[in-house]
Design a protein. Sequence first.
Length: 254
Amino acid sequence: MARIAVFNQKGGVGKTTTTLNLAALLAKRGADPLVIDLDPQAHLSGICQAVVEASERSLYGFYSRGATLAGLIKFTSGNLKIIPSHLDLAKVDAQLGKGPQALTRLAAGIAKENLNTDRPILMDACPMLGVLSLNGVFAADRVLIPISADYLAVNGAAQMDRTLRALEHVLKKRVERRYVLTRFDARRKMSFDVERKLRERFGADLCETRIAENVAIAESPAHQKDVFAHAPESRGASDYAALLEELTASGFMR
């Protein structure tokens, strides 16, 4: 099954929202996804009501104490399985260093515990390029990159492309990736300009589906819900359903 890191070095692009809503829809369809929150800000864990007080009960326990990943899984009311984050995860870069074993630790844990045999794994990667985000990329077999429809995002997408190309020399393979436009406002010419520039650069790697700027998507985290639970008939729910269909049809989401 697919192991997907949702990653962008630029914040505020819908990384956590995209991880949440794709995972929620997979869960609704019986795919039993596992979500791993690799961001020390723990926003995804908070939305899923999976915040833990003790850092050793979060993903940090895996890195600091060798806890099993399976033992850290929490079950949410939306039938999601999530390994929560904690602010202490910010210490991992300094504690583990940057050797090969540090960068592949999550991949090794997933393989050792056989967590990916019959379920997809979605990882909400830390937006800073470091040990945590690289653990997500090294553990993934593909990367989904949300890009908000603004001009600064074009530069951010180019930076992501350079980062992934550099990692390919280490991974000895091309990192399969898709870029998805988020916060797309069809009333603004800028949104279409950004899409055109990205299409020229990334071609078929840019998803046809666009995630529109939508109140339901923006509101749902405040209610600690995914968009399908909060507003199932909304444009936001429709867009994320279309995105999952596209990723599935193209083989990106196996």
